[in-house]
Structures are given as structure tokens and as C-alpha cells.
Design a protein around this ligand. Structure first.
Ligand SMILES: *Cc1c(COP(=O)(O)O)cnc(C)c1O
Length: 377
């Protein structure tokens, strides 16, 4: 009996780090500095340096990184923020929690990344920021983003939750514009053992405002200068992240190599309508997810392929099955079916294949062979 191939394998990834992780957590227990402790400060400094940013401010999760990060950039009630319809719902929640008005736009059919040409039509005098999502680990082109922002006099705030250390045109994710938010949800390329997030920025004012906002709006104890909240990166989570950060680069490059293997093995399937999401950034793509499109040319539907892979012991995912504008909770935004055709088509075609740093060549072979068998039958 063949072993199942999981969608992600965190246990295997953490196995060699077991002692380091235990020691790092133990240190926090002994110090007892559970809130904004030494490990948080250490991680903020290392993460900022690794990304090439001046400031990093740890928060409770990636959603808060977006919501509070936008707030720290001065985005407020009445401001419009442009974001893609094709993203995880947290991007939209972040904008709403900042009090701003989300304006959704479509994505490119081949990359799934925000389409800045259609975004141009969504700009109004109230637009204050563009919120690109570096989806699946591939960055939106920095030069195009900067042109767009300059032309329209907008802030760029990046959703880099899937793009820790992704690179494009010489930029690291999170350093294109004013600020960016990251998530350390366990299965992200850099994940902790619970929830966590961070904002990075090169703007010292945004950095210090962010520090204040995440800590009850108080720059010093019991003096509340900003409308703040309680959203801090937990010290124990930071202790985990301090152990894992040095491995991130290697893990990302393992993922990129795994993706290249998938690409090569899957290339004969193009004529059968199986087409991987386009990579326009080479080794700068860090493949948080490896996503294929099961297009109309395919003899079988995406859901059938997913089901048959499941029966063959191969776990897959769909990121995401319903675009933001069609989610039941957000109907009051006033969007309808047909508003963002590329996002809607992708949501029906995409399938995420098993992807993690320790996935073996053998496992990749088996995934692709099984796809070929299913399609050719
Ligand atoms: C994971 C994710 C988030 C939110 O992160 P949480 O830590 O789960 O709050 C935001 N945006 C995108 C694109 C994500 O993938």
C-alpha cells in the first residue's frame, strides 16, 4: 500500500529542529516575558534585516497586520483601497477593519495577480491606497505597481502573507511601497505554532505609529495617543520564529525546485488543458502554493480530478473556491456574478498540488503520474 501524500507536511519540516525549538520556547518560560518579550524584539530585528526593511512590528495575525498596517499608513474612514477579488478573504477583512472602503478589481487569467489596467478604471478621487496581493508566493511586478501608485498618487500596502522573501525585479516582498503585512499562520512559508503576523515599513513614522496601535495606542504606559488595540506577536511564537527564520531561504528554494519539477513533468499535459499558474518571476517565486488550472480543454473537470486524486491518496486544495465578491457575508458591497470574470473562471479551474520544502522527487513524480493516468483514462 502506497503512503498518502499530504498537502503540506509540517511535522517532517520541524523534526530536525525539535531540540532548537524546545530550547527556544523553554527560554521564554524561564524568563517569563510573555508579552512583547525579548524574543519578539529579536525576531522583529532579524525579520526586518532579512527583508531589507528598516522596521518590523509583530502583531497577532496577518489579518491584523493588514488592518492595523493600513491604519498606521493613515488610511481611514471614507478612503478607498483597491484590492484584487481573487485573494484570501483576510485581505478584504483587513481593509474593512481599517474602516476603509474596499474596491475590488479583477486579476490576470494566467497569473491570478491583480490586473493594474482594470484597476486604473477603479480609481476615484477617494482612492488612497493600492493593496496588491503577492498570491501563491509570486510578487506583483514592483515597477508596474510603483508606476500605478505614482500616477494616481496612492500608497502601496502589500499583502505579503504568502510571500516571505519572494523577489522580483530586485525587490523583496514587502519593500515596494510604504508598508506591508505578513502572516505566520502555521502553513505559510514561515509559520509559527499558532497565529502571528508582522508589518514591515521603511517609514519611521508609520513604524512608530504601528508600535503604538498594536499596544492599546499607548506609546508609554497609560498614555493613549492613538486609537489602538491589543494585537501583539506572542513571545512564544516569536521564539519559534527565531529558530525557523534562518531556514526560510533554503525552504523557499526547495519549494522553487519542487515547482520546477512539477512544471517539467506537467508540460506534456498542456495540450490536455492542464496549465500551471504562470511564473513570471523565475526563482523569485517562493511557491507558497503550486497551483494548476484545469481549463476547458481538459477532458475532466477540476472537481473530478480533485476527487480522483483524493482516492489515490493525494491531498490537494483549492485557493480559493469562491472569489471575495461572491462571498455571502460581503454582498452589501454591491458586487455580483460576472463582475470579475477572470477571478470567477480561476475559482472554478484552480487546483493546488502538494507543496512543501521536504516534498520528495518521488512524491512529485507520483502526483504527476497519477494526474496523467486520471486524465488519459
Ligand atoms: C494567510 C493570509 C492572510 C491572513 O493571515 P492570518 O494570519 O491568517 O490572519 C492574509 N492574506 C493572505 C493572502 C493570506 O494568505
Amino acid at each position: 500500500m502506497l503512503k498518502n501524500i499530504p498537502f503540506v507536511d509540517l511535522k517532517l519540516q520541524h523534526q530536525p529542529l525539535k531540540n532548537q525549538l524546545k530550547n527556544s520556547i523553554q527560554e521564554v518560560l524561564e524568563k517569563g516575558d510573555f508579552i512583547l518579550g525579548q524574543a519578539v524584539e529579536k525576531f522583529e530585528t532579524s525579520f526586518a534585516t532579512t527583508c531589507g526593511a528598516q522596521n518590523a512590528i509583530g502583531v497577532a495575525c496577518g489579518t491584523d497586520a493588514i488592518a492595523l498596517g493600513l491604519q498606521a499608513c493613515g488610511i481611514t474612514v471614507g478612503d478607498e483601497v483597491i484590492l484584487p477579488a481573487n485573494t484570501f478573504i483576510a485581505t478584504l477583512i483587513g481593509v474593512l477593519h481599517a474602516g476603509a472602503t474596499p474596491v475590488l478589481v479583477d486579476c490576470h487569467a494566467e497569473t491570478g495577480l491583480i490586473d493594474l489596467e482594470t484597476a486604473q478604471k477603479a480609481v476615484t478621487p477617494k482612492t488612497k491606497a493600492i493593496l496588491p496581493v503577492h498570491l501563491y508566493g509570486q510578487m506583483v511586478a514592483p515597477s508596474k505597481l510603483q508606476d500605478f501608485a505614482t500616477t494616481n498618487n496612492l500608497i502601496i500596502f502589500e499583502d505579503a502573507a504568502q510571500a516571505h522573501l519572494a523577489q522580483r525585479e530586485g525587490y523583496f516582498a514587502g519593500t515596494i511601497g510604504t508598508a506591508a503585512g505578513f502572516s505566520f499562520y502555521p502553513s505559510k512559508n514561515l509559520g509559527c505554532f499558532g497565529d502571528g503576523g508582522i508589518v514591515i515599513t521603511n517609514d519611521p513614522k508609520v513604524g512608530s505609529k504601528m508600535r503604538t496601535i498594536r499596544n492599546y495606542g499607548a506609546p508609554s504606559k497609560y498614555v493613549h495617543e492613538e486609537l489602538g488595540t491589543n494585537s501583539r506577536l506572542d513571545t512564544i511564537q516569536a521564539a519559534v520564529l527565531n529558530v525557523k527564520l534562518p531556514y526560510l531561504k533554503g525552504w523557499n528554494s526547495d519549494r522553487n525546485q519542487a515547482a520546477q519539477k512539477y512544471d517539467t513533468l506537467l508540460s506534456p499535459m498542456r495540450e490536455k488543458g492542464i496549465i500551471p499558474i504562470q511564473n513570471l518571476s523565475g526563482t523569485g517565486h517562493i511557491y507558497h502554493l503550486y497551483v494548476i488550472r484545469v481549463t476547458d480543454k481538459s477532458p475532466i473537470k477540476r472537481d473530478t480530478l480533485k476527487e480522483k486524486l483524493g482516492i489515490a491518496g493525494i491531498s490537494t486544495g483549492i485557493h480559493y473556491p469562491i472569489p471575495c465578491h461572491l462571498q455571502p457575508a460581503y454582498q452589501s458591497l454591491g458586487y455580483k456574478q460576472g463582475d470579475f470574470p477572470n477571478s470567477e473562471t480561476l475559482s472554478k479551474q484552480i487546483l493546488s498540488l502538494p507543496m512543501y520544502p521536504v516534498i520528495s522527487e518521488e512524491q512529485i513524480n507520483r502526483v504527476v503520474e497519477t494526474i496523467i493516468q486520471i486524465i488519459s483514462k
